[in-house]
Design a binder for this molecule. Structure first.
Ligand SMILES: Nc1ncnc2c1ncn2[C@@H]1O[C@H](COP(=O)(O)OP(=O)(O)OP(=O)(O)O)[C@@H](O)[C@H]1O
Length: 365
């Protein structure tokens, strides 16, 4: 019999950081949990390699595992302490003004739909925009742009091979879906997926851009860590439906971005599938996934709500037929995405005025 991840994370949720009311899971200090039979191990990530709480916290973790998982669990010696280093050097993408991560906790809430339409709406507003499909295991950007057959070419710049991003509706984009059969990528192991993302970022000929949007996979994964270790992410947008199960996962995504070792400000939330209005009853709103769940969560967390996007047939059709709804600027949905783009531009301006630029992080010891 082996223990479950949940048993371990539940136990570690009970370990509070000394002097704080937050636990080490909420602070995103636990990474790489490995369980083999009775053996449990994980990385414990601190902001500084000489944090005075290292010894105490290691002991608290050992006690929590022995008490709440199993007194026979082999945990001693299996907690590796790691430290976050802020890397103070211009990273890759030096000519990109803002790198925005689009994330969700739960899958299927419309993150790629929002990323696609937001990218098009930003381009319509005159911004120079790039879009990177970081959902390596399930890339959907090629389909949403009607570009499944695009094959970006390699060009030589300063004797180095560079990938020329595909461009459509004013958006420069790269996706692993342009290079491998998506069915192949779904079985890749973590390091292969992380390397693929690094290549899309580092080897793309991105040039000067106002925004690069990164469409992340759902949940929290190695891909998220690869991203913050590869580029300084200006901020994150969290997409969720108003449904409770989706909101619970959205909270985890918010904690991950704001937690130790990542430190990326959350710029706002987007409530997708906020309501449904049938064409024949335009005055009626049906709150299929619940009412204002995301709005309330954003208020609670002190985060801006950037927009509420209803369930609209043309949004789904746009995703399927490769012409994003935001392309049609004179429709109600086109205007909703234009409004979302303008809100994003103003929160990014505010973030850049109020806060220091984000720095890339490295986790070492
Ligand atoms: N507001 C909306 N109205 C109608 N359909 C929508 C809306 N938002 C998303 N959809 C549809 O819901 C489905 C899931 O959306 P999408 O692929 O964007 O979700 P996701 O969160 O990126 O999923 P994944 O878990 O694959 O990352 C798609 O078919 C999309 O067209």
């Amino acid at each position: 019999m082996s223990y479950t991840q949940k048993q371990v994370t539940d136990a570690l949720h009970l370990v509070k950081f000394p002097g704080s009311d937050k636990d080490i899971m909420a602070l995103d200090m636990v990474r790489n949990i490995k369980i083999e039979g009775k053996k449990i191990g994980f990385d414990l990530v601190f902001q500084k390699s000489d944090d005075p709480q290292i010894i105490t916290l290691k002991k608290l973790c050992v006690s929590a595992i022995l008490k709440f998982v199993d007194k026979e669990a082999e945990i001693k010696g299996n907690i590796k302490v790691k430290a976050v280093h802020i890397v103070d050097e211009p990273g890759v993408l030096p000519n990109v003004k803002n790198i925005i991560a689009i994330a969700s906790g739960k899958g299927g809430v419309g993150k790629s739909t929002v990323a696609t339409n937001l990218a098009v709406a930003l381009a319509n507003a005159g911004a120079k925009v790039g879009l990177i499909d970081a959902d390596i295991f399930g890339p959907s950007i090629p389909k949403m742009f009607g570009s499944e057959s695009a094959r970006p070419s390699l060009i030589k710049i300063d004797d180095k091979d560079r990938i020329e991003p595909h461009e459509k509706f004013g958006v420069k984009m790269l996706s692993i879906g342009f290079f491998v059969d998506p069915a192949q990528a779904t079985v890749w192991r973590g390091p292969m997926a992380s390397n693929a993302l690094k290549q899309l970022i580092e080897e793309g000929n991105w040039g000067d851009l106002d925004f690069v949007l990164i469409d992340l996979p759902p949940g929290t994964s190695d891909i998220h860590l690869t991203l913050v270790q590869t580029v300084p992410v200006t901020g994150a947008i969290i997409v969720s439906t108003p449904q409770e199960v989706a909101l619970a996962d959205a909270i985890k995504a918010i904690s991950m971005f704001e937690g130790a070792g990542v430190n990326v400000p959350v710029l706002g939330m987007v409530e997708n599938m906020a309501w449904f209005t049938p064409a024949e009853l335009p005055e009626n709103k049906y709150y299929i996934f619940g009412k204002d769940g995301c709005k309330k969560l954003a208020e609670e967390k002190g985060i801006d709500l950037l927009g509420q996007i209803p369930i609209v047939q043309s949004i789904r059709e746009g995703g399927d037929n490769g012409i994003p709804a935001a392309v049609n600027t004179d429709t109600v949905t086109g205007m909703a995405f234009a409004d979302l783009a303008s809100k994003l531009m103003s929160v990014v301006d505010k973030r850049n005025a109020d806060k220091d630029p984000t720095k890339r992080v490295e986790i070492t010891r």
